[in-house]
Design a protein around this ligand. Structure first.
Ligand code: SF4
Length: 399
């Protein structure tokens, strides 16, 4: 039985220039139909769910929904599923869609964690990213959430925001655009720390093809920081957050002790029989009984299909043993503690140990206390290092 539930709300105030998630502008009529469909899907999936440990309402911007719409969703959840009293229930928020009054209502519904997409405390950067809020909105929103009584708040920040040609600096005496980007980043980290959240996530802004951000970089209106600057930003983030008592537990995630995100840890703690979750809603993914399943990404088709009593599955794929092993490695190595190599089949463990020996001169990955993990130097090169580790599993690979 599944104990981890994700519900997708695809609506946003407007599209951010870097976003390639499935999200659409909010319209009250379609939101109304969508909530009805979600409540039905929750009921259809009843037989799969055990005692829920975590619920994650993500998006999109779930707090764009009215208090009543969110309440109806929770009514459906509570009518159909059992919730463990020791739970983590998260909702994602955007600073412009949360007030003290709304936060109080969310708390009453049982939501005990808010993850707020602040991204930057520098207005110029927020404009560059096409965000729908400014820095003051973010400060006000976090304070409102705290005043409403939330004891678990997570702030998302983004680094490596491109520099807009001709943009001035808010810092006196800073003339180089790259120095200016680093100063902006330190400023955002400081502002986040002043708000004293329990959890902070820091993400590198990566230009995805077919986004306005990508086009802006291609036509040189936007200038990305170079790799050295990006690396400096990342390590600056790690050092500042750790110095303020945050535990760096995953490549991009930091938490006060005991506030690590239990929902996301379930994804990263993928073992051979672990990491199952149910995803409800348009474009939502599930991992159930060794099978990865995804719902359609077309909201109209989703609503129509659910109204016809059919869950609109777009893809289903049984994970082979080989794929399961790879997932265990690439998801687990995102964690700073890495993976326990005792869980690997003997032959694979030997191959991995050999790969780590081969990579030793670069100092990017290590086995310590039986755990395969990235070194501090290897964190910024996570994808490349994991690819090397995975390649080592191909026994026929020429040496
Ligand atoms: S708020 Fe989030 S989901 Fe919505 S457009 Fe911006 S990045 Fe995408």
């Amino acid at each position: 039985m599944i104990n981890y539930l994700y519900i997708h709300i695809p609506f946003c105030i407007k599209k951010c220039v870097y976003c390639d998630f499935y999200s659409i502008p909010f319209k009250s009529k379609i939101a109304e139909d969508y909530i009805k469909a979600l409540c039905k899907e929750i009921e259809f999936r009843k037989g799969l769910v055990g005692n829920l440990t975590t619920i994650y309402i993500g998006g999109g911007t779930p707090t764009i929904l009215t208090e009543n719409e969110i309440a109806r969703l929770f009514e459906a959840i509570k009518d159909n599923y059992a919730i463990n009293p020791d739970n983590e229930i998260t909702i994602e928020a955007n600073p412009r869609t949360i007030t003290s009054q709304k936060a109080e209502k969310l708390l009453d519904l049982g939501i005990n964690r808010i993850s707020i997409g602040v991204q930057s405390f520098v207005d110029n950067e927020l404009i560059t990213m096409g965000r729908s809020h400014n820095a003051d909105d973010a400060v006000r929103a976090v304070k409102d959430i705290r005043n409403a009584g939330f004891k678990n708040i997570s702030i998302d920040l983004i680094y490596a925001t491109p520099y807009v040609k001709g943009q001035g600096s808010k810092f006196k005496g800073v003339t180089s655009s790259f120095e200016f980007q680093i100063q902006n980043w330190i400023y955002s980290l400081q502002k986040a720390l002043e708000l004293n959240p329990e959890h902070i996530s820091i993400y590198e802004l990566t230009p995805e093809v077919d986004t306005p951000l990508y086009e802006g970089i291609k036509n040189r209106r936007l200038i990305m920081p170079d790799e050295v600057v990006i690396s400096e930003m990342y390590y600056k983030g790690i050092d500042m957050l750790k110095a303020h008592g945050y535990n760096h537990y995953e490549i991009s995630n930091f938490a006060r002790p005991g506030y690590e995100c239990r929902h996301n840890l379930n994804y990263w703690n993928r073992g051979y029989n672990k990491g199952e979750y149910l995803g409800i809603g348009v474009g939502a993914h599930s991992f159930i009984a060794g099978k990865r399943i995804s719902n359609t990404r077309d909201i109209n088709y989703y609503i129509e299909s659910i109204n016809n009593n059919k869950i609109p599955i777009a893809e289903e794929h049984y994970i082979t043993n080989d794929e399961a092993l790879k997932e265990f490695i690439f998801l687990g190595m995102r964690k700073i503690d890495g993976i326990d190599i005792e869980f690997l089949p003997d032959k694979k463990r030997v191959l991995i140990k050999k790969a780590v020996e081969d990579l030793a001169p670069y100092g990017l990955v290590e086995i310590k206390d039986n755990h395969l993990r990235l070194t501090r130097k290897g964190l910024i090169l996570m994808s490349e290092v994991i690819v090397q580790v995975l390649l080592s599993l191909e026994e026929s690979r020429p040496s």
